[in-house]
Design a protein around this ligand. Structure first.
Ligand code: SAM
Length: 252
């Protein structure tokens, strides 16, 4: 791993309170935190959403999880909440993947693939293999949609829908912003300086991009039943921005 370059999954690990990060990541994170003090809370919201979905999927009898943009599999990630499921994690960052594989160790039910979701075919070939042909899956798409441009996201959603068997489910989160304020612009700029470009979207845009999946639930994660983290108005900086959660199903 290049100790000179910050990396989003390790920045994320740091703001979630983890230990799998370097000085360069902590310093990039501190820079972002100066203009976006609520960042750790948004990260916590995403992680609580992930854990809630995992518990729900386990209760529904989902046994195969394809997780996209997984980051570091620490801080209560899918394999710790669903120990009986077969799980394929994936991320396009080779450093994250290499590091994550050492964290997972010798668990044959859990694999970590280096893949860019914008080329979903390779990801699905690996899923086919890891899941021994099973296509009824639960798909994690948490904290990653806002790194993907509109055309790619729409294509990925269609490809996943075309591949997955009926009864498959997908959980996705997306930063949204009604109207970009000056604070919001500064926040996006601070990520950019840390090497990360974020694409906020409105609810209407997101609804259009996730088609043809059927939407079961769409709401701000702060208002989602069962999620404990709340972002105080004083922490928000930009009161109009937030994080949307969406629960989807492939019904037929
Ligand atoms: N899903 C985890 C969670 O919710 O806690 C981690 C989210 S982290 C904010 C986003 C991850 O998405 C990073 O590890 C990043 O490398 C990955 N990512 C960004 N663009 C990607 C792409 N095109 N394909 C696959 N992964 C991507």
């Amino acid at each position: 791993m290049d100790p000179m370059k910050p990396n989003i999954s390790r920045i994320y690990d740091y703001v979630l309170g983890g230990e799998h990060n370097l000085e360069v990541d902590r310093s990039a994170a501190e820079h972002i935190l100066k203009v976006f003090p609520a960042y750790p809370l948004w990260a916590r919201l995403n992680r609580e959403f992930l854990q809630l979905m995992a518990r729900q999927w386990a209760a529904e009898g989902q046994t195969h999880v394809l997780d996209i943009g997984s980051g570091m599999p620490t801080q209560g990630h899918f394999h710790s909440v669903m120990p009986n499921a077969r799980i394929l994690y994936s991320d396009n960052d080779p450093v994250t993947v290499e590091y994550a594989r050492t964290l997972i160790g010798d668990n044959l039910a859990v694999a970590y693939l280096e893949a860019d979701v914008r080329q979903p075919e390779a990801l699905l070939r690996a899923a086919e293999q890891h899941f021994h042909g099973e296509r009824k899956v639960a798909i994690g798409f948490i904290g990653v949609a806002y790194f993907i441009d509109d055309a790619s996201l729409a294509r990925v959603m269609r490809t996943l829908h075309g591949w997955a068997a009926p009864g498959s489910v997908l959980a996705l989160s997306q930063t949204f912003s009604g109207e970009m304020t000056e604070t919001g612009r500064q926040q996006m700029e601070s990520f950019k300086r840390g090497g990360v470009e974020l694409l906020p979207r409105s609810e209407a845009e997101l609804r259009r991009l996730v088609a043809p999946w059927e939407i079961l639930e769409i709401a701000s994660l702060e208002d989602w039943p069962g999620i404990a983290t709340r972002v105080q108005a004083s922490d928000r900086g930009d009161a109009k921005a937030g994080m949307l959660g969406v629960r989807l199903v492939r019904s037929s």
